[in-house]
Design a protein around this ligand. Structure first.
Ligand SMILES: [Zn+2]
Length: 376
């Protein structure tokens, strides 16, 4: 499943007369209390939705309830860290498991609520976590939905037995024999990694294992694979693949956060110099309205009331009535969600950024543009 492509399709849906229910659940629970909190969250919000004046269709809520309970019961998607559910009529029924965790969220609106998904879609490109020690290897594919295909390799390296009274020569021969077998094991592991990289279009590799073993293993990686290695995490033979894969996924999530912060720095710098970027709400709204945004950066806390024109579609600050561009009627919208949807629908990307003081100083929003900003 291509989350990015599905996201763009959902963003293109016109506002529906029938309320659309969007639910995000964090399924990375480590104990029963956390699972119970998610269960109560869903129950309370379903009850509120059923009592609300603008009530979603009962069949939509019933579907959300059934899917939610199945997920919380962990019958499905046990490896995913988060699940998005969207329901709004017969043709709109989405279940999107992803390996990034969400905050629990329940939104009823005229369009799908996409920001949490937009915030993670960039991050869930295919990756591999490779655990390797001197005699075995486990390679786990991290798909958008969580840990996927796993390959286990068991080498036939002789153990490092006590050598008793062997002569120094015997000892060195024995050591060479072990080293040779270890090299063969590493070569075989490299071949398996290369095959998985091809099959899954893997762009990033995290290696897990003991520091010295990993260092030797990395010397066996040919350049195209070595360039994809983005980090090393701890890993031990007795640990389960799920534990190691989760550690690798968390490493990637932290890396994404750092990369986002660096990208925001570059974006703000370009905006300040009048390059291919804008910062601040007014300039970003203007760029979104021109469909000029290649990538939108939005602070996680960003939330602004605004208006969208019923005729020309322009997004704008809250209007008392008429569109400031064409004079037609407007309806109320939340600008963060509206800008995200518009950018996704026109093929752009969206990053939701945690704490960045530079971005916060620019209303919490900015964008890279497809071309130079027009001089006003
Ligand atoms: Zn208008």
């Amino acid at each position: 499943m291509d989350v990015q492509a599905r996201l763009a399709e959902l963003a293109k849906l016109p506002p529906s007369a029938r309320p659309v229910v969007s639910v995000y659940l964090n399924t990375r629970w480590t104990d029963e209390d956390q699972r119970e909190r998610v269960r109560i969250f869903l129950k309370n919000h379903l009850r509120e939705a059923r009592a609300a004046a603008e009530r979603p269709a009962e069949e939509d809520l019933a579907w959300i309830e059934a899917e939610g309970q199945r997920i919380i019961g962990q019958v499905e998607f046990t490896d995913a860290s988060g699940v998005a559910l969207v329901a709004g009529g017969e043709r709109l029924r989405e279940v999107l498991p992803v390996r990034a965790a969400f905050e629990d969220t329940f939104v009823v609106d005229s369009t799908p609520y996409l920001r949490p998904l937009a915030g993670v879609a960039q991050e869930i490109v295919p990756a591999l976590v490779v655990f390797v020690d001197g005699v075995s290897a486990r390679i786990v594919a991290l798909t958008p939905a969580g840990p996927g295909e796993e390959v286990t390799l068991e080498g036939e390296v002789p153990g490092r037995h006590s050598t008793g009274g062997w002569a120094a020569l015997a000892q060195s021969k024995y050591q060479r024999h072990i080293d040779m077998h270890r090299d063969q094991h590493f070569e075989a592991t490299v071949a398996a990694v290369a095959a998985l990289v091809d099959r899954h279009g893997v762009r990033r590799i995290v290696i897990a294992g003991e520091v010295r073993t990993v260092a030797v293993f990395r010397q066996h990686l040919p350049d195209p694979l070595a360039r994809r290695v983005v980090g090393v995490v701890a890993g031990a033979r007795h640990e389960s693949s799920t534990v190691i894969a989760t550690r690798g996924a968390e490493y990637l999530a932290r890396l994404d956060e750092q990369e986002d912060a660096a990208a925001v720095d570059r974006m703000l710098d370009a905006a300040a110099k009048g390059g291919r970027a804008v910062a601040g709400l007014d300039a970003t709204l203007e760029a979104v309205n021109r469909n000029a945004v290649q990538h939108l950066y939005l602070a996680r806390a960003f939330k602004r009331p605004g208006a969208v024109c019923e005729r020309c579609g322009a997004l704008q600050p809250p209007m008392a009535g008429a569109c400031r561009f064409c004079g037609a009627e407007t309806r109320v919208t939340e600008l963060g969600e509206a800008m995200s949807s518009r950018v996704l629908a026109t093929g752009g990307g969206v990053s939701v950024v945690n704490r960045h003081s530079g971005l916060d100083g620019q209303d919490g929003v900015g964008a890279l543009l497809r071309y130079m900003a027009e001089v006003a």
